[in-house]
Design a protein around this ligand. Structure first.
Ligand SMILES: Nc1ncnc2c1ncn2[C@@H]1O[C@H](COP(=O)(O)OP(=O)(O)OP(=O)(O)O)[C@@H](O)[C@H]1O
Ligand SMILES: [Mg+2]
Length: 228
């Protein structure tokens, strides 16, 4: 089953008197449980593509379906729910909330869901933080952590809602290569254990060995694909 289907997706950004054609007709199907890497040079459209898949941004034309549902037909409320319940986002700059400690950052999306008791949320968050090796750092603020530790908090926060899709925009870009490998191993393990669909972008050829499928993007179009 395709969990994500993009049909002839374009994205234009107005810039002064000109238009930037960030995506120029993307057709892409991703099946459930896949581990996909999107690789391409700076400015090729990777972030734009992930933002559109993650319903953070809308395409200029073309269609995006998540679990067979055309997202352009959804109300704002339904789109917000889709983002909250089905999609986890790991941003390049982590986007943790600075005033909350590690535990509170991870609990936050589940609190928004309003479906679980405080105890359930706390226990689940602590369990997940142990899985990413941060059990001894739950009271730290993001500023008191290393880059790799922050990235692991971001992963735990993305996983807490048990989303079916996790989008990660250059998850290893700000990390040394050893920490980057640890992060990718965590993602790979979750992918095989939970069948969570992962899509991550990268510039880095070293991280490609973690992907099952590699999609190359160049100047806003798909420029080749490899399976491994
Ligand atoms: N808000 C915006 N307004 C105008 N142009 C934009 C905007 N966001 C992105 N662009 C342009 O769209 C193109 C694609 O950008 P995008 O951020 O998707 O590239 P990327 O592949 O993620 O690059 P990087 O590897 O540097 O992160 C670039 O030419 C960029 O300058
Ligand atoms: Mg980018």
């Amino acid at each position: 089953m395709n969990i994500i289907e993009l049909n002839n997706v374009t994205k234009n950004y107005p810039l002064g008197n000109t238009t930037v054609h960030a995506l120029r007709g993307i057709d892409l199907n991703i099946s459930k449980g896949d581990l996909v890497s999107i690789i391409g040079p700076s400015g090729s459209g990777k972030t734009t593509l992930l933002n559109i898949i993650g319903c953070i941004d809308t395409p200029t034309s073309g269609s995006v379906k998540i679990e067979q549902q055309d997202i352009s037909t959804l109300s704002d409320k339904k789109t917000t729910d889709l983002r909250l319940f089905k999609i986890g986002f790991i941003f390049q700059t982590f986007n943790l909330i600075p005033v909350l400690n590690v535990l509170e950052n991870v609990e936050f999306p589940l609190l928004l869901m309003k479906k679980h008791s405080k105890d359930e949320i706390r226990n689940k968050s602590i369990k997940l933080l142990s899985e990413v090796g941060l059990q001894d750092h739950i009271n730290h603020k993001p500023a008191e952590l290393s880059g790799g530790q922050r990235q692991r908090v971001a992963i735990a926060r993305a996983l807490i809602t048990e989303p079916s899709i996790i989008l990660a925009d250059e998850p290893t870009a700000n990390l040394d290569s050893k920490t980057g490998e640890q992060i990718l191993n965590i993602m790979k393990e979750i992918n095989s254990k939970e069948h969570t669909t992962f899509i991550f972008s990268t510039h880095d050829h070293d991280v490609l060995k973690y992907a099952k499928r590699i999609i190359k993007i160049k100047d806003g179009v798909i420029d080749g694909e490899e399976n491994q």
